[in-house]
Design a protein around this ligand. Structure first.
Ligand code: TYD
Length: 137
């Protein structure tokens, strides 16, 4: 599994730094939703699901956290902690977020509106769906 990182241009001057995220320019999909996680309680594990269709980009705009990425064949752990970089989390990637620093603000850009029916929240269902999905894609 290749991890896809997106590098954002940081525009800075004596006042500070600024990054801009734009659909189909530095974000590889149409952005229909933006959400963010903050004030995360220590030792919490979030995510722990995959999406059937949704594509997302995760940006740790402050602090850091770890992401486990799992395509059903291989697992990779990554530490993210740069507002200048996004991690692409495509459809059908089981992902878990943990080790949030107390100041962590995790921004997520998503290709669609919130839709609970797009979630696969059980790992068993994920592998089952992957086997069928492999046959139709
Ligand atoms: P949840 O899916 O449990 O978060 P995660 O799996 O990423 O740790 O979401 C927490 C709650 O927020 C849940 O009630 C669903 C709701 N929610 C929305 O209403 N809109 C959204 O865009 C997201 C991501 C969650």
């Amino acid at each position: 599994m290749d991890l896809r990182f997106l590098d954002f241009k940081i525009m800075g001057d004596e006042r500070g730094s600024l990054a801009a995220l734009e659909e189909y320019r530095n974000i590889p999909f149409n952005i229909k939703r933006v959400y963010y996680m903050f004030n995360t309680v220590p030792n919490v594990r979030r995510g722990c699901h995959a999406h059937k269709e949704l594509n997302q980009v995760l940006v740790c705009v402050k602090g850091s956290c770890r992401i486990l990425m799992d395509d059903g064949k291989e697992k990779k752990e990554v530490l993210i902690g740069s507002p200048a970089q996004g991690l692409f989390v495509g459809k059908m990637i089981w992902h878990e977020m943990y080790d949030f620093s107390p100041d962590c603000v995790l921004l997520v850009l998503a290709s669609d509106y919130y839709d609970e029916t797009d979630y696969i929240r059980s790992y068993g269902k994920f592998t089952e769906y992957l086997n069928n999905w492999g046959m139709i894609h």
